[in-house]
Structure formats: C-alpha cells, structure tokens
Design a protein around this ligand. Structure first.
Ligand SMILES: NC(=O)c1ccc[n+]([C@@H]2O[C@H](COP(=O)([O-])OP(=O)(O)OC[C@H]3O[C@@H](n4cnc5c(N)ncnc54)[C@H](O)[C@@H]3O)[C@@H](O)[C@H]2O)c1
Ligand SMILES: O=C(O)C(=O)C[C@@H](O)[C@H](O)[C@H](O)COP(=O)(O)O
Ligand SMILES: [Zn+2]
Length: 377
C-alpha cells in the first residue's frame, strides 16, 4: 500500500503553506539521523524534552547524534504519564528550556510519546514567543497520530487539551525500532488510533488492519506500513483543514467520549491512558450511531470485536475504578472543544469508513444512551 526506499525508510511530506511544509521520516534506526537532520534546519543548539522512561532508553543516543553534528545539546526531563500534561510540568519545561539558553533560532526536540510531544510542542509554541521544534515520537500512538499536525497543549482540571496552541513541527523522526521497547499495553493503546483512520474514511484500511494487526504488534513490515498510511492520511486532513474549521474534526472520532473518561479518571495513566479511552470512545461512537439509526448494528459489532481482539477496552464498565454516571460524563463532555452554542458535536458514522460530523446532538439522547450503556452487563 506504500513505497519504501532501499533502506526501508519512508517519507511522508506535509505540504503546508508559508514555508511551513515538513517531512515525516519513518523507519528503523531513524533516531541516529537526528543530528544531521536537526543541524540541517539551522540553529546552534537543541534541547531534548523527554520523560524519565524514554530518557533512560534513547536520550543519550539522540544527544550524542546532535553533538556529533556540532549542536550544543541539553536534556529537559519530566515524569512519565498523562499527569505531566499539567500547568506545573509545563512551567518546569519552559524554565528548563530557558536554563538551556534555547534561542529563537534554536530547536526543541520532543523525544517520547504524545505526552512529551504535546507538552514540548506547546512550550516551543510560546517560548520567546515561538521557537521551532522537531517531533521524535517513540510510541505507536505518537508515530501514527500525535507527532503530526501541530496540535500541542496540556490538560486543565476541567478538561483534556483545553490549554494549547497550533504549532507545527519542522520535522518528524519516527524511529519504528523504538517501539520494540514499548509495553504491550501502550502498543494496544496506540493501535486504537490506527484503527481510527480506517473507521473515519478508509474501510479498506480497516479490513487490512483486521488481517494484519498482529504484524504491527510484532514489529513486522506491517508496522512501518501502518505508520506511513496513518501519517499520510493525517497529513492530508491537516493540509486541507489545519485549524479544524471543518474536516479535521473527523480525527476526533471517539474522542468526545474518550476525553470525558480521561478527565473523570483524573488523567491517571494507571487507570486509563488516552488510547484505551479512544478504544472505548470508538466503540461508543459506533453503538451510538447504530442506536440513532444511522449505522448498521453489524458494523458497530464488527468495530467492537476487532478492538477487543486487539486487547482494547470497548465498554464503560472496563474503566478501572469506574467513570461516574451519565450526568458526570455529560458534564465533562460539555467542555469539548467541538461544542457550539452550548450544543454537543459528535463524530458519528453511517458505517465503517463512513464517518461524519454531527453538530447539534441532543443531550437527552446522549444521556439515555450512556445510561443504557452503564446499565448493560
Ligand atoms: N497532538 C495530537 O494530535 C494528539 C493526538 C493523539 C494523542 N495525543 C495525546 O497524546 C497523549 C498520549 O500519548 P502516548 O500514548 O504516546 O502516551 P505517553 O506519552 O504517556 O507514553 C506512554 C508511556 O510509554 C513510555 N514510552 C514512550 N516511548 C517508549 C518506548 N519507546 N519504550 C518504552 N516506553 C516508552 C512513556 O514513558 C509513557 O510511560 C495524550 O495526552 C493525548 O491527548 C495528542
Ligand atoms: O489531530 C487531531 O485533530 C486529532 O483530533 C487527533 C486526536 O487523536 C488527538 O487526541 C487530539 O489531541 C485531540 O484533539 P482535541 O482538539 O480534541 O484536543
Ligand atoms: Zn487521540
């Protein structure tokens, strides 16, 4: 489904206007190119923002590569997990970058999963009113989704990603070999966002996932293929609708539910991580669509079955410690960024690969649906 070079490296170009176009490089061992690639962007220094787990695995290798290319390189390290997308850690990262004397022409390198990418990207967006940054994603989720497209930010106690900025990276280095050290829980979580791309508008990709998902997990050629397919799909959407005035909202399939669950579990990674919440959210979006008579129940069943086969949760009951009642979920959803004139917007589906934006959804319909879901065994 996509072409690789002799070295096995793939490039997806993101042709944004105003000189903001960038490449996504995908392949095993790409991290060793970090120095040369970052140096080519100009600047004298680079600060690696990472978390403690990733730091122990990859930060020194990237630092060595940057220094070998003649760049001054420092490391700013945060605690792993969703709780680091907070005001406090954001301040820690900004102060760390200032201590590293990162100038307007220097670069921030976000080395890690989506938490580090969103956090470091947001810090780069505001540091000295904006410095450039590079995404070096090390989770499946970050390689297929969060490192591309320029959404950066942190969570507020009242909701997910409510504080942030659009700030595009100058380069994405997706070293798929880094996924060899990722836990199976985090692989599964990232896989929810992979499946999302098929469900949005590419039924053939969903079918491909049904046939090839074990290869993605095992690190076969299917892994790089899946990363490239998702990046290409996301790049297309982002170029057509960078700031989510329309089509980009489709990438939020399952996320109105997911973000409410993440808030109600206190952003505690031990209980629920983003990809798991998306797994539940995707299944709910399809069951809600079926309930409204928009989508065949058979499709909703097929989606939930595939997610469950890959080890993802698909029901509210699966949230460790519970997720509150329908009213609490509705209250959390009221903070969704897609809300217009106080009314909920959902991404719903006419079937697999046939998602659409549905504004003006009645809260009463959502409440009744959630009550039934919570009551289901
Ligand atoms: N900006 C976007 O467009 C976008 C898109 C999707 C998700 N997100 C955000 O991404 C975040 C989730 O990202 P995530 O799933 O990558 O979680 P994460 O960044 O918390 O990483 C998951 C865990 O894996 C560890 N880890 C990372 N790379 C590793 C590796 N190679 N080997 C071993 N361990 C490794 C981390 O230390 C962490 O504990 C959420 O905050 C979500 O909102 C943003
Ligand atoms: O890039 C996008 O656009 C997405 O919606 C991708 C999502 O997977 C991601 O979780 C994103 O951070 C959600 O965006 P938000 O605007 O709802 O915070
Ligand atoms: Zn997401």
């Amino acid at each position: 489904m996509s072409q690789a070079t002799m070295s096995g490296e793939r490039t997806v170009h993101v042709p944004l206007d105003g000189g903001r176009d960038y490449d996504i490089l995908i392949g095993r061992g790409i991290l060793d190119e970090a120095g040369a690639r970052v140096k080519a962007l100009g600047g004298r220094a680079a600060a690696i923002v990472t978390d403690e787990t990733v730091a122990g695995l990859y930060a020194q290798r990237v630092r060595t590569s940057l220094e070998a290319a003649g760049l001054r390189a420092g490391i700013v390290c945060v605690a792993p997990g969703e709780a680091s997308k907070s005001y406090a850690t954001f301040a820690q990262v900004c102060d760390g970058l200032l201590a590293e004397k990162i100038e307007r022409n220097d670069l921030v390198v976000a080395l890690g999963g989506g938490v580090v990418g969103d956090l470091a990207g947001f810090a780069a967006a505001v540091l000295r009113r904006g410095v450039r940054f590079v995404q070096a994603p090390t989770t499946l989720l970050a390689q297929v989704d969060s490192s591309v497209g320029g959404k950066t930010g942190i969570n507020a106690p009242l909701g997910k990603n409510l504080i942030g900025a659009f700030h595009q990276p100058r380069l994405v280095l997706a070293d798929t070999a880094t996924l060899d050290t990722l836990s199976s829980r985090e692989m599964r979580a990232g896989y929810a966002e992979v499946v999302k791309y098929g469900l949005i508008n590419e039924a053939a990709f969903f079918e491909w996932c049904e046939a090839h998902w074990p290869g993605i997990f095992a690190g076969g050629p299917e892994r790089d293929e899946a990363v490239a397919i998702c990046c290409r799909a996301k790049a297309g959407v982002v170029v057509r609708d960078e700031r989510e005035d329309g089509e980009r909202a489709l990438l939020n399939l399952g996320h109105t539910f997911a973000h409410a669950l993440e808030r109600l579990t206190g952003y505690e990674s031990a209980r629920l991580v983003h990809g798991e919440a998306v797994g539940i959210g995707l299944a709910l979006a399809f069951r809600f669509s079926a309930r409204l008579g928009l989508c065949p129940g058979q499709d909703a069943g097929r989606v939930a079955n595939h997610l469950a086969l890959a080890g993802l949760p698909t029901r509210l009951q699966a949230v460790p410690g519970g997720c509150g009642d329908a009213e609490a979920l509705l209250d959390a959803m009221a903070q969704d960024k897609k809300v217009r004139d106080g009314r909920l917007t959902f991404i719903l589906a006419h079937g697999i690969g046939r998602s659409f934006i549905a504004p003006g959804i009645e809260a009463a319909d959502v409440r009744a649906f959630l009550e039934d879901e919570l009551a289901a065994g």
